[in-house]
Design a protein around this ligand. Structure first.
Ligand SMILES: [Zn+2]
Length: 411
């Protein structure tokens, strides 16, 4: 790994995923262990641990780590970490489990055994306190707060062995990438400085512009998009991937961009989440994280540039990766090009600012969207997606009203 940035708090990546015979044996043993169910967020965190994206963590966190992170962004051993990675279970389940025993970790939706854990600690937390510190709000309308408040009452901590990530490679093929794989690619390309572009929406011209500003100063950009569980109304990863592919193919210089996907569930914790995005991007081999307007935010809980400011509020040596701050970007008809609030002196009336919601509405109603906002090839893919979506919804509604049931949808 000579030329690349070190993983966070460690000289080497620490993937906790077992493979081959070791995995087979652990899986066999796991069948006989008491089971602890994991929510989708906990499962996605376990997979992040598995692939080494959460290096140097060795499992789910104990009370001291939880408390230190909430109050000071610091684990018990002094290492910087911005958001607690914890596992919760019902008191009735935890009561039957002594410290020192091993348990099987099971995804609550699929019932698949995802890993094993040796319980070293059981504790309860002040959830409202966690929310106030991590999300800066206790409003249960906030999707991240909601999940923490709905967590079961006892947290279980201990080192884990991860046994499966199978859903992601199967579903997302080449785009799903472990940190070891992205590091290998960067090394082969001879890149030293790499900026990560976080994406959970289709890539429009403003994202393209962000990436291109970065390419002017670093060796390459890692377009790193969220795969896996989504909110209702979000565009699936395979459609987003198609958009990125066509964009990279037609509008980027060859060998300036690498694309990958990661399985973590969004917490929408704004600034704190931007820091977590920084931590795991460093593990993927990136030296910079592009931080634009309202990074990882939701609603109006965070100031538009809180996620940039927070990188100045943590100690200088907390994180090796640095933020690549860029102001709000858009197309301006007077500048006749892409610009940002820092570079464009014109007014609102000249700037094309389209919210995700407004865009979805136009696309789903078949209304035209300006090519100054999004490249025509990308719009084509999105229109096609929405047309099929409408069609599916119609068939489903029709089938339900006639009492045909769900089968009709597949015919
Ligand atoms: Zn302008």
């Amino acid at each position: 790994m000579g030329q690349l940035i070190s993983p966070h708090g460690s000289k080497v990546l620490k993937p906790l995923l077992l493979e081959g015979k070791a995995r087979e044996e652990e899986l066999k043993k796991a069948q006989g262990l008491p089971k602890v169910k994991m929510t989708s967020r906990e499962t996605s965190d376990l997979i992040m641990l598995g692939i080494g994206a959460f290096t140097p963590l060795d499992g789910f966190m104990g009370y001291d780590d939880w408390k230190g992170i909430c109050s000071e962004y610091k684990m018990k051993n002094g290492l910087f970490w911005p958001i607690p990675i914890t596992l919760s279970t019902a008191k009735s389940v935890a009561d039957g489990m002594k410290n020192g025993i091993e348990v099987a970790l099971v995804d609550e939706e699929t019932s698949e055994i995802m890993g094993t854990m040796k319980i070293t600690e059981k504790y309860s937390i002040d959830k409202a306190y966690e929310c106030k510190e991590i999300f800066r709000t206790n409003d249960t309308e906030h999707p991240g707060v909601q999940k923490v408040m709905l967590q079961a009452d006892i947290n279980l901590a201990g080192p884990v062995k991860v046994l499966s990530e199978s859903y992601y490679p199967k579903q997302f093929g080449d785009i799903y990438m472990r940190p070891a794989a992205s590091r290998k690619i960067f090394e082969e390309k001879g890149w030293h400085t790499i900026a990560a572009l976080q994406l959970r929406n289709p890539m429009h011209r403003s994202h393209e512009y962000l990436a291109k500003i970065a390419i002017e100063v670093v060796d390459g950009v890692f377009i790193h998009q969220l795969v896996g569980k989504l909110k209702e109304g979000d565009i699936p990863a395979d459609v987003r991937t198609k958009c990125i592919n066509v964009l990279v193919d037609k509008y980027f210089v060859k060998n300036t961009v690498v694309m990958g996907g990661y399985p973590m569930e969004m917490r929408y914790a704004g600034p704190r989440e931007a820091l977590l995005h920084g931590v795991f991007r460093q593990n993927f081999g990136c030296t910079h994280l592009i931080v634009g307007r309202d990074h990882a935010g939701v609603g109006s809980y965070y100031g538009p540039f809180d996620a940039q400011k927070i990188f100045n509020e943590i100690p200088k040596d907390a994180l090796e990766l640095k933020p690549f701050n860029i102001d709000w970007t858009f197309y301006c008809s007077k500048c006749r090009g892409m610009a940002s609030m820092r570079t464009c002196p014109h007014g609102k009336e000249d700037r094309l600012l389209l919210s995700g919601t407004a865009l979805r509405k136009s696309l789903s109603e078949g209304k035209p969207v300006s090519e100054d906002f999004s490249r025509p090839e990308v719009l084509e893919i999105l229109k096609d997606y929405y047309a099929h979506l409408e069609h599916k919804v119609e068939i489903k509604t029709h089938a339900a009203s006639e009492g045909i049931g769900m089968d009709a949808k597949n015919k």
